[in-house]
Write a protein that binds this ligand. Structure first.
Ligand code: HBI
Length: 366
């Protein structure tokens, strides 16, 4: 198929600002290229694609970033700034719709979803977050009622946030596992990775590390400095080791040295990329049983689960996770979250979209 992938209008690809959607975009593009599809990518100026995506055509648009839906009140109206990147993306995409069989939208935004019933070339939406705003919930429900097959989600927990006419199409997520090296020998070190912001719950991981008297390495964009300082002040000095936002190459090398990764989502995390990245390096995960991580962690196989927001339970989950066979974590990721497995699910979805199948298939295994 000839596939146009429209990226997020929040930051350029490769900057780390796009959060998890960046890794998803790279895996989706590289995986579809490997399956022989023609792929072009529409992304913000400054975007760079990794080597595995080089054969994709890259079109760049400049404009004012779309305000992020994260950290906004539920009732926020849809805002499109003057000179906005989002309308420019869609002016470009609609101008090229005759040259492609399907448009894959990775942006969590109102405009492309609202356009869907009015555009001849099918637009397929990979929804990247749970519910974060009423305007998005409403437009997803409205368009999914007409075209359910146009929507795919990472996990059942995420899809459950939305009013859908039938069982959701679940595609999990995909990773280029050649970029993650299995590390059999950990250090006495706990890990936490993600944007340093309140919905990610770093304060709980810090408290558990302090209780277990183990250092906690923290990787990620310090998106909310005041929050980071509050967490720092809540545990004894030296508990936290701030490692900053690292590109995948360095991140995975450091992540692999952890005994356990803690994952403490306070919101309905749609997937939880860092959970899979850690497992790809052989690191078992102790996570709250919430959102995507609650579905990815298979207790006793690749990690341990704790009742949400219960720090005592999380500490016990860390102890159980320390006994997990590290090679089993890597094996689980190879079976369920490789780029190849993910691209196969995306291809099946897009073929259903281009064939106009309206009833979504039973959810795929995550
Ligand atoms: N906000 N408006 C908007 N559009 C996006 O595509 C978007 C966002 N906030 C966060 C985000 N994408 C990604 O970081 C998550 O989907 C992972």
């Amino acid at each position: 198929m000839r596939i146009l992938v429209v990226s997020t209008p929040v930051g350029s690809l490769g900057s780390g600002q796009g959060g998890g959607v960046e890794l998803t975009a790279f895996a989706l593009v590289a995986g579809l290229l490997r399956r022989g599809h023609q792929v072009s990518v529409l992304a913000a100026a400054g975007s760079v694609l990794p080597a595995a995506c080089r054969r994709a055509q890259l079109w760049l648009e400049s404009g004012v970033d779309q305000p992020s839906w994260q950290h906004r009140p539920q009732q926020s109206p849809v805002e499109i700034p003057a000179g906005g990147l989002l309308p420019r993306f869609w002016r470009r995409a609609l101008g090229r719709q005759a040259d492609v069989d399907v448009i894959v939208n990775l942006a969590y935004d109102w405009l492309p979803i609202w356009l869907t019933p009015h555009v001849a070339t099918p637009i397929a939406h990979l929804i990247s977050m749970g519910s974060v705003g009423q305007a998005m919930d409403a437009v997803i429900a409205e368009v999914a009622a007409l075209h359910p097959e146009r929507f795919a989600f990472h996990t059942a927990a995420q899809a459950a946030d939305f009013a859908l006419p039938g069982p959701p199409r679940l595609v999990g997520n995909g990773f280029d596992l050649s970029r993650y090296r299995f590390e059999p020998r950990p250090e006495p070190l706990l890990g936490w990775a993600g944007r340093v912001a309140p919905e990610k719950g770093l304060e709980d991981a810090a408290a558990v590390a302090a209780a277990l008297d183990l250092p906690l390495a923290v990787w990620g964009l310090r998106q909310d400095a005041a929050y980071a300082e509050r967490v720092e002040a809540s545990v004894p000095p030296g508990t936290l080791q701030w490692r900053g936002f690292l590109p995948t190459e360095q991140l995975q090398a450091e992540l692999g040295r952890c005994a356990v990764l803690l994952n403490t989502p306070k919101w309905n995390e749609a997937f939880g990329n860092v959970v899979v990245e850690a497992m790809a390096c052989g690191v078992p995960v102790a996570a709250y049983a919430r959102g995507g991580p609650g579905e990815l962690v298979q207790p006793g196989v690749n990690g341990a689960l704790a009742s949400p927001d219960d720090r005592q339970a999380l500490a016990e989950a860390v102890r159980r996770a320390q006994r997990i066979e590290r090679a089993a974590c890597r094996r689980w990721v190879e079976q369920h979250c490789s780029q190849e497995v993910f691209a196969g699910r995306i291809e099946a979805w897009l073929e259903a979209v281009t064939r106009g199948i309206t009833s979504p298939q039973p959810p795929g295994p995550v």
